[in-house]
Structures are given as C-alpha cells and as structure tokens.
Design a binder for this molecule. Structure first.
Ligand code: AKG
Ligand code: FE2
Length: 323
C-alpha cells in the first residue's frame, strides 16, 4: 500500500473556541480516526521522566517482567512472540485503581522515584483521556452523565521495540497492522525513533507519523466505531522498523463500559441523518474475547457483529441414515 503525503489533524485541547474544538474533533474522528493533541496540560518534565522509567522497567530481566501477570486477558507482560518478535510490553489494569498501580510497581520492584513517576503520570494521562472522551461525547450531543458506567476502565501499557541494524535491513515489522479494541487510546510515542503509521480512511494508504515530543497521539478504536454507529473511524495502524534503535512508547487505552452493552446513544441513533443501527449490542468484555479467540485484530471482529453481516454458510445436512 502506498504512503500518502497528507498529515493528521492537530487539536488544541484547551482551544478558546469550544465549538470549533468540538467540530475539529468530530471531523478528525470521522476522516482519520486519530489526531495529534497539543496543549494537554501534562508537564513536559513528567513526560520525559516517565520515558526514562519505561526504559528501565523494560530492561528488567525476563523473569521479573513475567511477574506482571494479566488482570484481564492480555493486560500483563507480553513477551516477544511469533507475530511481533521485536516487540514486548508491560501493562496495568485498571489505571484508576490505586491498588492496581501499587501492584504493578511492586511486581516490577519499582524504586520510590519510579513509583512516584508512574503514579503522577498515570493520574495525569487518565485525566487527559477522560477530558478528550468527554469533549468528544459533547460534540455528539452526549453529556458525561449520560454515558453508561462512565468513567470507563483504562488499561496502561508500556511498549518496547528491539530494532537493530539487522531488523532494519530486513524491513521487519514492530507491531502488525491492527486497530485498538477500546474507545480511544492516548499514546506518547518515542521522542526520536519513528515507525508508527496510520491508515488514512479515504485513501486507504498508510501515513507515517513523525515523532512530536511533548504531544500525544489520540487513536480511536473499535468501541468508538460501534458507539458512534459507524460515524467514527477505528484507525488501522502499525509500527515499522525504520531505524536501528530501540523505540519505546506509552499507551493509555480507555476501553469501554465495564458491564453495560456498547450501543450508540439515542442522540446519535435519532439524529436526522442517522443511518440504521449497524451493530448488535455487545459488552466490551465479550468483544475483547472475540478478538482474542478469532485472532481478528484489525477491526474485522467488529464486522462479525454487524446486523447486516451474512452468517457463514450453514454446514451441509448430515448424510441420510443408511438403515
Ligand atoms: O508504539 C506505538 O507507537 C503504537 C503502539 C500501539 O499501537 C499499541 O500499543 O496499540
Ligand atoms: Fe495500537
């Protein structure tokens, strides 16, 4: 697939014209399913400090990282594997729970300084991710107290890509093309090492995302596509090896309602130009299991839940009895 020269939108979270910010948000989510976020309020020194902590945690021996066990499927340590041999990650669910943050730090033997950075950073990015989601909801006419089980749980994940001269020479992939499963993702990319690419919706071509220190990238996931009845684009993205250097990134995933079904709110379904309802209601937990069990990680699992999805052909009738 060809690369496009267009670039993703940039949104000032504290822009003075609220209506303009809402308009920009909706347009970015429809056309790109992602945007760069500036003026978010997380202090630059904290962002830098957290990057240092991420490097030292991911440099721990494998047996220590393995103590970071799953709380929900896939939320703990992900070692390099067959699909993504250059990638590994540590994770924490749910970032709003002080005891979960404490358990994560204890499992990895974080120092008091590292612990403080993790606590401050996770609180700060959690605040930003909620603010972005609330603004996005308001832009669609939905207030935060009308969102089911709001605020939704958040998964925190720190990623490392072991890129080398050898992997560069073989044009290896860091993370294969996928969509994020949740509502939205806030990503602090590596300050220097690029490689992230997003697929532009209308051209279906990959666009390189260049590092932009001090900013965040926001991605919309599968839950955002279902919640908006297909208005928002769940952006496909991947990480390619473009430099022979270790790359690290930090992601916070705002997932979806804990138990309530994911459904478009009436404000979206009843609007004048609304299209018929696209998806059967489902829970985030069931959807996460569906992605894991089918291995469909690039939004295809959502297609299985479309109300107009043709079911697989019925199995052939059993042979007639012989007696
Ligand atoms: O490392 C990156 O830039 C992207 C990571 C990513 O896509 C993910 O964690 O889902
Ligand atoms: Fe992702």
């Amino acid at each position: 697939m060809e690369s496009s020269s267009s670039t993703i939108p940039v949104i000032d979270l504290r822009g003075s014209d609220e209506l303009q910010v809402q308009h920009q948000l909706v347009e970015a989510c429809k056309e790109w399913g992602c945007f760069r976020l500036i003026n978010h309020g997380v202090p630059l020194p904290l962002m830098h400090q957290m990057k240092g902590v991420v490097r030292s945690l991911l440099d721990l021996p494998a047996h220590v990282k393995a103590r970071n066990v799953d709380v929900i499927a896939g939320s703990g340590y992900v070692p390099p594997n067959k699909d993504n041999p250059l990638y590994e990650a540590l994770g924490l669910y749910d970032v709003a729970s002080p005891s979960a943050v404490d358990a994560f730090c204890s499992q990895l033997g974080a120092s008091p300084g590292e612990r403080e950075a993790i606590e401050c950073y996770s609180r700060a990015v959690h605040g930003v991710v909620r603010e972005v989601a609330e603004k996005l909801g308001e832009s669609m006419g939905v207030k935060k107290d009308e969102m089911e089980e709001w605020p939704w749980p958040c998964q925190f994940r720190i990623n490392k890509y072991n890129f080398t001269h050898q992997t560069l020479a073989s044009s290896a992939s860091g993370v294969c093309t996928h969509t994020d499963s949740g509502f939205l993702t806030l990503l602090q990319e590596d300050d220097c090492v690029g490689g992230l690419e997003v697929m532009h919706k209308s051209s279906a071509s990959f666009v390189a995302i260049h590092p932009s220190p001090g900013t965040f990238l926001i991605n919309l996931g599968d839950i955002a596509a279902a919640w908006s009845n297909g208005i928002f684009y769940n952006v496909k993205h991947r990480v390619q090896c473009k430099e022979a250097a270790v790359r690290v990134s930090i992601a916070l995933f705002l997932l979806g309602p804990k138990e309530a079904p994911v459904e478009p709110p009436p404000q979206i379904l009843d609007s004048n130009n609304a299209q018929p309802r696209l998806y059967a209601p489902f829970t985030y937990e069931d959807y996460r299991k569906l992605r894991l069990s089918t291995g469909l990680r690039a939004g295809e699992a959502l297609q299985l839940l479309r109300l107009d999805h043709a079911p697989a052909a019925a199995p052939p009738p059993p042979p007639p009895p012989t007696t």
